[in-house]
Design a protein around this ligand. Sequence first.
Ligand SMILES: [Mg+2]
Length: 377
Amino acid sequence: MNTLNKKKALFVDRDGVIVIEDQIDTYERIIYIPHMFEALRTIIKKGDWELVMVSNQDGVGTPSFPMEDYQMVADRIFSTLEGEGIVFDDVNVDFSLPEDNCPGRKPGTAMLTRYMNGDYDMSKSFMVGDRLTDMQLAKNLGCRGFWLTEESETPEEYKDVIALRTDNWLDIAAFLTDDTALAPRKAVLSRKTKETDIEISLSLDGTGRGTAHSCLGFFDHMLDQVIRHSRCDLTINTDGDLEVDEHHTIEDTALLLGECYLKALGDKRGIERYGFEIVAMDEVAATVAIDFSGRPELVWDVEFNRDYVGDVPTELFKHFFRSFSSTARCNLYISATKGGDTHHTAEAIFKGFARAIRKAVKRIPGATELPSTKGVL
Ligand SMILES: [Mg+2]
């Protein structure tokens, strides 16, 4: 059989890839991996891989994890996948214990010999797994692997077999369908001066995960609003010269954050570009409008009743947004009703900022054009 007629397989692990790794013996414990449905649907729609599940499930069949509980949950997982148009062509589950040295247990290939008899083009087949044993299985099968992990380095001995190491299913869909528009938009940047040392990692296509550490409690509280309400994955670590004052810490964090947005947005094709939000918080309403126009501008119509909120001087909020707009190259319009509580005013503004960003960076499904009549942003 020539390679043109050969079939292709996408081997997919279950725990850590379809659902989070756990003893999943009740419906409540089923938690799906972010973007898995979207990625697999895209792969199925645009490619012709046979979907093959390969899973080790040691511990099933013991008193603490009866087979009936496993089966009930597995049935639910498959029916949910099917409801989303994702149907596995073949399911291979090994229930043996590691010490049994069963040849069917990953990375053994005994359950998969039919894929190794020449009918399948292994150079175009892949294994998706969250463990290095999955990548070893890919090696043993003669295919390549997608290592779905938060690890930041690939061990030397797996460099040839791992086609892609990523923490996001959409990267795998982009790789397999050759559609870079699917790839998560990310930026990881650092900035070190005599005044501050900052690292920021940003993914625009996240779920609002991440943390902020600046040693300024109220500033962290505001950055947390940005993380949760923008639904970007964002980790911010700032070590600033607070022995001087708060200025450099807040200014430089904003500068680098803006730079991250500019970088992650890339050529800005297919995005909404504009975002706006009015956020009510008790007696305050804040209005934020943003345009990732390529030009910096801040319009600020906000008054605070106090000089400080927590450990942050309120005058620095304006400076934060001006700094952000200068490096993100966006127009920002921010206003808030006057006379309200200072904490509420600041928080409503940051929430509005985050939610305006969420709208502006959103990709319009299928759109590839630049949202500008000028042809450049
Ligand atoms: Mg796994």
